[in-house]
Write a protein that binds this ligand. Structure first.
Ligand code: PEP
Ligand code: MN
Length: 348
């Protein structure tokens, strides 16, 4: 259920509604909005009687049932876009955000050189895996704690925010000490113990779409994190598995506007894992800007040929600079569209 309070409803009226919800045996899950408070509640069974009673309570404008199985991440619950803040960077707001960096953190020189270069080229977030989910147990598994420390060092040197993957619920506390944005990899999108722990941790989450997951499943995973207390989630389209073999995955670009219709959460695109080929990354990045994504996460390495992982899809430093220049024309149109969109939302 969503209970929308009238503009400037009093604290007592809000508290009274919460009490009534509890009396009916339902759980008050989240309260959103500053000027106009919206209360979310969930419960099992028929909520009709509760809805009718709440509609009559003082200060209540409307009480409705949310039809989507994902409740708090749905557009029905909240019309305005969610802005996710990570170390001074806002994803989902009025600026397009680029995260860039190597697939894996390999050594100090590699991460510092990459951080300085991607920052100078206009990236706001540094990516880099310290815990790596690899298909083969014999492949490089990541520097773990040492990698996290190197990312923190690069953040101090450049002011970039840091996004890095957390693979297990056991590591959430440790990774949260170093990361501004906790990445859930495609292979872990439905690791429910991990999602619950991230809900409790409160650190913003970058949730990647599983390679065989539907958008509904992606939203249900986001709902897990929200239901456990953390509404700060950025969704990521990183390509899905199809019969095509020329590209590593098939980039589902329509997922961006489709998700924008279904959820208030920001959506970014990963053109690197979506294509598997560095030559295809700039074109898919331009398309992501044009289709209204909130940002990109791109793999960049000072020497892709020597990368410990995902070298074939990594841009070198010069190619990244050149792609950022190429994006400028699309970004100007993006800003126009976003400004119009935000103005339209404010007028409603
Ligand atoms: C990565 O970002 O390096 C990664 C492993 O991504 P994904 O989980 O999308 O495969
Ligand atoms: Mn990678």
């Amino acid at each position: 259920m969503i209970i929308s309070m009238r503009r400037h409803a009093t604290k007592e009226e809000i508290e009274h509604v919460c009490e009534r919800i509890r009396e009916f045996g339902y759980k008050v899950h989240s309260i959103a909005g500053e000027e106009r408070v919206v209360i979310g509640a969930v419960g099992i069974g028929d909520v009709t009687v509760c809805l009718e009673s709440l509609e009559a309570a003082p200060g209540v404008e409307s009480a409705v049932r949310i039809s989507a199985p994902y409740k708090f991440v749905s557009k029905e619950f909240k019309k305005e876009r969610t802005r996710v803040r990570a170390n001074g960077v806002e994803v989902g707001g009025d600026a397009f955000v680029v995260a860039a960096g190597p697939c894996s953190v390999e050594n100090e020189r590699q991460i510092m050189e990459t951080a300085e270069n991607v920052s100078a080229a206009g990236a706001r977030i540094l990516r880099g895996g310290a815990f790596k989910p690899r298909t083969s147990p014999y492949d490089f598994q990541g520097l773990e704690l040492e990698g996290l420390k190197l990312l923190a060092k690069a953040r101090t040197a450049t002011g970039l925010a840091v996004v890095t993957e957390v693979m297990s619920d056991r590591d959430v506390g440790l990774v949260a000490e170093y990361a501004d944005l906790m990445q859930v990899g495609a292979r872990n999108m439905q690791n429910f113990s991990l999602l619950k722990e991230l809900g409790k941790s409160g650190r913003p989450v970058l949730l990647k779409r599983g390679m065989s997951s539907t958008l509904k499943e992606l939203l249900m995973s986001a709902e897990y994190i929200t239901a456990h207390g953390n509404p700060n989630i950025v969704l990521c389209e990183r390509g899905i598995r199809t019969f095509e073999t020329v590209t590593r995955n098939t980039c589902d670009l329509a997922a961006v506007p489709a998700l924008n219709e279904l959820t208030h959460l920001p959506v970014i695109v990963d053109p690197s894992h979506a294509t598997g080929k560095s030559s295809l990354v700039p074109a898919v990045s331009c398309a992501a800007v044009a289709i209204g994504a909130d940002g990109l996460i791109v793999e960049v390495h000072p020497c892709p040929e020597k990368a410990y992982s995902d070298g074939a899809q990594s841009l070198n430093l010069a190619a990244f600079r050149s792609m950022m220049r190429q994006l400028q024309g699309y970004l100007a149109l993006w800003r126009e569209a976003r400004t119009a969109d935000l103005a339209k939302a404010a007028a409603q």
